[in-house]
Design a binder for this molecule. Structure first.
Ligand SMILES: Nc1nc2c(c(=O)[nH]1)N[C@H]1C(S)=C(S)[C@@H](COP(=O)(O)O)O[C@H]1N2
Ligand SMILES: [Mo]
Length: 327
């Protein structure tokens, strides 16, 4: 079967300078789509439309929210890559987001239309001096946002390299003031079964998705709460409006679409560890020497090309930042 034009992967490697231009192009295309649709609705019935609106679905639907116009943020040049950035469209069409589709990574972007990301609040609770609930836009306006280029490594052996926009998790935790008894951080994702088909139809998973870190891991400089990607708001398929990014751990730790952050004195459960404890640990650091029970972790491949195979790096290449956490 011939692939549709939009399904053909573009070059897996977009030179960095090109992606900003591409972003402008995509935004321009988006604006003109809205323009045409607007004209059509304004048309009197007897007037035939001059041109039919483009019907080609696009995976890059940048959410329009009260804080969209703040992007892009300045890049923090401390974080450099050893490989090209993954093409934005490739990243946007290859997603693990089990609330929407637990079987097909290529379809998630088609299933997120109904998912509403405003209003949205993030509750910081548990062992903190000032438990608070933050409106997402107020958070975005008041936190130190910056762009960082990070590698991302899924436990399934695929990998990507993307520019996240976000702020260090520790900046938020410090606003709440962790008590000295706090030792762990538990994260909980949304529960909207009317908007996320698998939350309604797939009861194998104990929704909502939940994850955890030690407090030391959560306070590490690398640990980011991302609200953007590729210089604009986070796409819904990447976990809008706010997701965790812990680049030295397997991807399942980087929980999407967070609504609650709770500080605890006990190690919290995590969805994957509770479901399949012998396959998915709590710590889940990227490690080429510890195979998954069903496959080797010695190598990874950069999406979309299984031929771009690379040795897995210990801590996904972030040992200089985090190895001392595990000494
Ligand atoms: N809520 C939620 N968060 C999640 C997941 C999920 O299914 N639900 N999948 C995880 C996995 S396994 C990976 S590899 C990454 C994928 O992020 P991406 O789709 O933005 O590449 O999200 C993680 N966060
Ligand atoms: Mo993953």
């Amino acid at each position: 079967m011939a692939k549709k034009g939009w399904a053909i992967p573009e070059s897996q490697a977009t030179p960095e300078k090109v992606f900003l231009n591409r972003r402008k192009f995509i935004q321009a295309a988006g604006v003109s789509t809205i323009g045409v649709a607007g004209l059509l609705t304004g048309c009197k019935p007897e007037q035939p439309a001059l041109a039919s609106p483009p019907t080609r679905p696009t995976p890059i639907q940048i959410p329009k929210t009260p804080t969209s116009s703040l992007y892009p943020f300045k890049r923090n040049e401390t974080f450099t890559l050893d490989r090209p950035l993954t093409d934005e469209r490739v990243a946007a069409t290859f997603n693990n987001f089990y609330e929407f589709d637990s079987r097909n990574k290529n379809q998630v972007w088609r299933l997120i239309d109904k998912f509403t990301i405003r209003p949205w609040t993030v509750e910081v609770t548990g062992l903190v001096h000032k438990p608070q609930t933050f409106d997402i836009d107020l958070l975005i306006r008041t936190m130190p946002l910056e762009e960082r280029l990070y590698r991302h490594r899924c436990v399934e052996t695929w990998a990507m390299a993307v520019p996240w926009t976000g702020f260090p998790l520790k900046a938020l935790l410090n606003r709440a003031g962790p008590k000295s008894s706090a030792k762990f951080v538990r994260f909980v994702s949304f529960f909207k079964p009317d908007q996320a088909p698998e939350q309604k139809n797939n009861t194998y998973y104990p929704w909502p998705y939940y994850e955890g870190l030690s407090l030391a891991e959560a306070m590490n400089d690398l640990t980011l709460l991302a609200t953007g990607i590729y210089g604009h708001e986070l796409l819904k398929q990447h976990g809008a409006p706010i997701r965790l990014v812990v680049p030295w751990k397997y991807g399942f730790k980087s929980i999407k679409s967070i609504v609650q952050i709770e500080l605890t004195d006990q190690q919290p459960g995590t969805l994957w560890h509770d479901l399949v404890p012998h396959e998915y640990g709590f710590t889940a650091n990227v490690n080429p020497e510890v195979p998954h029970p069903r496959w080797s972790q010695s190598h990874e491949w950069m999406i979309p090309d299984r031929k771009d195979r690379r040795p897995t790096l210990p801590y996904n290449g972030y040992g200089e930042y985090v190895a001392d956490l595990y000494a």
